[in-house]
Structures are given as structure tokens and as C-alpha cells.
Design a protein around this ligand. Structure first.
Ligand code: SF4
Length: 199
């Protein structure tokens, strides 16, 4: 079957598993585009990219295009939003997806998608809106799918494959937010235990 080429912006290896599988099932042939200047520190960025590349080459047999990672631009247009997550993530999606759209145009793709649509931790509607606007302004067709129901499968499969799995989205703000959430969850579990013992 002749598949339809599509440029798939990927945020990391584990989040690419299900979108690549599902898009292929739909008749697309994804080429992955990496543009993630949001990932901090640099060692973490490099580890996620290496994890993605290894899986793409050895398991999925999908090409990876490493596009621009403009960390200075991220600091300029995203970081000033600080802990305002809605504004910060919108700006972060826009920066990364604009670069992916630029690459899609440059390489002759007509369709674009993103693996950001698999994680329930992302701002799904915001991301879809940003992708749609950017794709259209670049003359591309956005392929926006709700991959979130497949997130548990992605977790299981990436564990089975022994892939590195991060526990925060990428930026320093998300690392702090995730640490706070983990502490809050631990405190809630402790409080529940104490209440059960008291009862
Ligand atoms: S939480 Fe994730 S999407 Fe939002 S700004 Fe940070 S790295 Fe970007």
C-alpha cells in the first residue's frame, strides 16, 4: 500500500510509539521531526533525543530529522511566562511546532502532526489549536488526533523496550511542578493512611 507522507513532530521516544503505530494504521508514513529546545538541562535533552533515535532506527524503522533547537528563543519567548502554565505551554508548543512546520515546507511535506497529542499531561486543546493555526499559515494540513486513550499502552510498551522515561515534561518549570505534585501525592497518601489507622 502506498502510504501518505507526513511529518510528525516528536517530543520524545516513549510518546512516539503509539502515534507512529496509529498513523501507519491510518495509511500515513511518518517521518519524525525533533525540535525540542524546551528540554532542560542539556544532558536530559540529549538523553531523550538519543532514546528516540535508537528506537526509530532499531525498532520502528522511521527516519528522524533533527531540526533547530533554539534554546535562546525559548528563553526569550517562553520562559518569561514562568509558572503561568497555560501561557507558557502555548508559547512552547508554538515555538516547537513552527520549526516543525518550517521543516515540513522545506522538505516538501503536505501534512503535519505531533506526538504531543498522546500525553494526558499536555494541554490538548491548546496544542491542537496551535498546530492547526501554524499548519494552515504554512500551507500544510494538520493531522490532529486524540492519541490519549493509547497513553497506557505507550507506557507499557516503552517499559518493555527498556526505554528511558522522564518524569517531567521538559522545562525547569515543569520539573518543579512535577516534584511538587509528587510531594503532594505522597502527603495525601500518608494522611489517608494515618486516618485509616485512627479509625
Ligand atoms: S511544561 Fe512542557 S510544554 Fe509546557 S512549557 Fe514546559 S516543556 Fe513546554
Amino acid at each position: 500500500m502506498e502510504r501518505t507522507p507526513l511529518l510528525l513532530h516528536a517530543c520524545c521516544g516513549p510518546c512516539s510509539l503509539e502515534p507512529v503505530r496509529l498513523l501507519r494504521e491510518e495509511g500515513f508514513e511518518p517521518t519524525i521531526c525533533w525540535s525540542n529546545p524546551n528540554i532542560q538541562p542539556v544532558a536530559e535533552h540529549d538523553l531523550r533525543l538519543a532514546t528516540l533515535k535508537r528506537w526509530a532506527k532499531d525498532v520502528a524503522h522511521v527516519e528522524v530529522v533533527v531540526a533547530g533547537d533554539d534554546r535562546a528563543a525559548w528563553e526569550r519567548v517562553v520562559a518569561p511566562h514562568g509558572f503561568d502554565r497555560a501561557a507558557r505551554c502555548r508559547a512552547c508548543y508554538a515555538l516547537r511546532l513552527a520549526e516543525a512546520c518550517r521543516v515540513a515546507r522545506e522538505q516538501g511535506f503536505e501534512r503535519i502532526s505531533t506526538t504531543l497529542a498522546v500525553s494526558p499531561y499536555q494541554l490538548f486543546d491548546t496544542c491542537g489549536e496551535v498546530l492547526g493555526k501554524l499548519a494552515r499559515s504554512h500551507g500544510l494540513t494538520p493531522v490532529w488526533r486524540d492519541f490519549r486513550p493509547h497513553y497506557p499502552d505507550a507506557t507499557t510498551r516503552s517499559r518493555e523496550l527498556g526505554m528511558y522515561r522522564q518524569n517531567y515534561c521538559g522545562c525547569r518549570f515543569s520539573a518543579a511542578e512535577a516534584a511538587i505534585e509528587r510531594h503532594e501525592a505522597r502527603d495525601a497518601r500518608k494522611a489517608a493512611k494515618a486516618a485509616a489507622h485512627a479509625g
